[in-house]
Ligand binder design. Structure first.
Ligand code: HSE
Length: 436
């Protein structure tokens, strides 16, 4: 057999141990596929004492990640530390040292991706990151290879397994937001700090990476318009269902006819026959609209050890198959620095759904209708009802379905309504786009 691919692993937590487990479970098959032994030579973690669910030779464990990155006996660094620092420093050093890098780190890529890709090109090595977006869904290589005969027009996606799991569990199990989040953490889907999931930071990182690759814009995390899912209640989700919609955390990157790119992540109402409406639990899903292809729908496990291992192993096999000395093909999808998207709430929606709490004042419906109409927002339907809340008794709620409108007009109206006498303190109108 050929020379082994010598692997250095940074990060031996949940995902790192999952990777070693999956590699050992299928070693013979994977090595036959790439024609080389896959040798994990060293593993670095800040904690090498806590027992892990996989057996590894203790002599390959170290707390000194830098020594692994600098080790001349290593060909490829697998970075599973997560977060920006110190991961960025290690990845940069590895590339400078002429090592290939495989990473699952979307935050790092959404902050420094273009520079790291340029460095990899410069040093004639590869930086692979299939696991960074969509978990086990092969979307990066689909964009780079399989769709490279297309012009991509829109990516619409569910990219955070934790949020999708929370929203699904709340509805299916009649659960509070907090209980569903605790479940997601127990199952290992959530980021160490779940703020990144529920405030849509994680999904913003992921759509930034996809948008950069697919559209050739320089899209970083801070260029993504982002709204979290923490305002949503079980009643909101139920009400949407009775109207034929499912609430999802939806990420969108869309190139309009004028060549402007819109990138956002926010909760939205999806019509129940929309393909992404059926993506439930920890699954992720993507609809890619491209010419000449048309629409492509991908769905699969978006978080957790198995999904990440699947993607990282495929990157490792791709590196193992590179012929030594052969020129590295330049990445088809280049990421120019400085070509920026619009920072805006996203492309035009089919309409909006507003949920506004009131104190039961009989003038509220008329005030809401006035505020919307005087801001040029046409109303399709307006209803008032009583929602039972878990602990606080019944709440008066007005729901509005609007026609297509400019979001800034809706927000202006919502702002006026927020100050109304009948608006309970600490309740802000909820404004969600509708996708029919
Ligand atoms: N916390 C992330 C998610 C992990 O739930 O999707 C995978 O990136």
């Amino acid at each position: 057999m050929a020379e082994p691919l010598r692997i250095g692993l940074l990060g031996f937590g949940n995902i790192g141990t999952g990777l070693i487990e999956s590699l050992e479970a299928n070693r013979a098959l994977l090595e036959a596929r790439c024609g080389r032994p896959l040798a994990v030579r060293r593993i670095a973690d800040i904690d090498i004492e806590t027992p892990r669910p996989v057996e590894v030779d203790r002599s390959i464990l170290t707390t000194d990640a830098r020594s692994v990155v600098r080790d001349p006996q290593i060909d490829v660094i697998v970075e599973l530390i997560g977060g920006i620092e110190p991961a960025r420093g290690f990845v940069e050093l590895a590339l400078r040292e002429g090592k290939h890098v495989v990473t699952a780190n979307k935050a790092l890529l959404a902050a420094h991706g273009p520079e790291l890709l340029a460095l990899a090109r410069d040093r004639h090595v590869r930086l692979f990151f299939e696991a960074a977006v969509g978990g086990g869904i092969p979307v990066i290589r689909t964009l780079e290879d399989c769709l490279n005969g297309n012009r991509i027009e829109r990516i619409e996606a569910i990219l955070n397994g934790t949020c999708n799991y929370i929203l699904t569990q709340m509805l299916e199990e009649d659960m509070s937001f907090e209980a569903a989040l605790a479940d997601a953490q127990r199952l290992g889907y959530a980021e160490p700090d779940p703020t990144a999931d529920i405030e849509s930071i994680d999904a913003a990182n992921k759509i930034a990476v996809l948008a950069s690759l697919a559209f050739g814009f320089d899209v970083r995390y801070e260029d993504v318009w982002r709204v979290g899912i923490t305002q949503l209640t079980l009643q909101d989700l139920r009400s949407a269902i009775t109207e034929g919609y499912v609430v999802k955390q939806r990420a969108v990157a869309e190139l309009d006819a004028e060549g402007r790119l819109w990138v956002c992540v926010r909760p939205a109402l999806l019509w129940r026959f929309h393909p992404l409406a059926s993506v439930s639990g920890v699954l992720n899903g993507l609809m890619i609209r491209a010419t000449p292809l048309g629409a492509l729908f991908l769905s699969g496990p978006g978080a957790g050890r198995a999904a990440t291992s699947s993607a990282v192993l495929s990157d490792l096999l791709a590196i193992a198959r590179l012929r030594p000395g052969a020129p590295l093909e330049p990445p088809f999808l280049d990421v120019p620095v400085g070509r920026k998207p619009l920072l805006s709430p996203g492309p035009e929606a089919d309409g909006y759904w507003l949920r506004i709490l009131t104190d039961g004042n009989t003038e509220a419906v008329a005030d809401i209708a006035d505020a919307l109409v005087s801001n040029r927002v046409a109303i399709e339907r307006i209803t008032e009802s009583l929602w039972e809340q878990d602990h606080s008794g019944a709440t008066h709620v007005v729901e509005v379905f609007t026609a297509q409108a400019a979001e800034e007009d809706i927000r202006r109206a919502a702002h006026i309504l927020d100050d109304a006498d009948w608006s309970p303190p600490e309740s802000t109108p909820l404004v969600l786009p509708r996708v029919d």
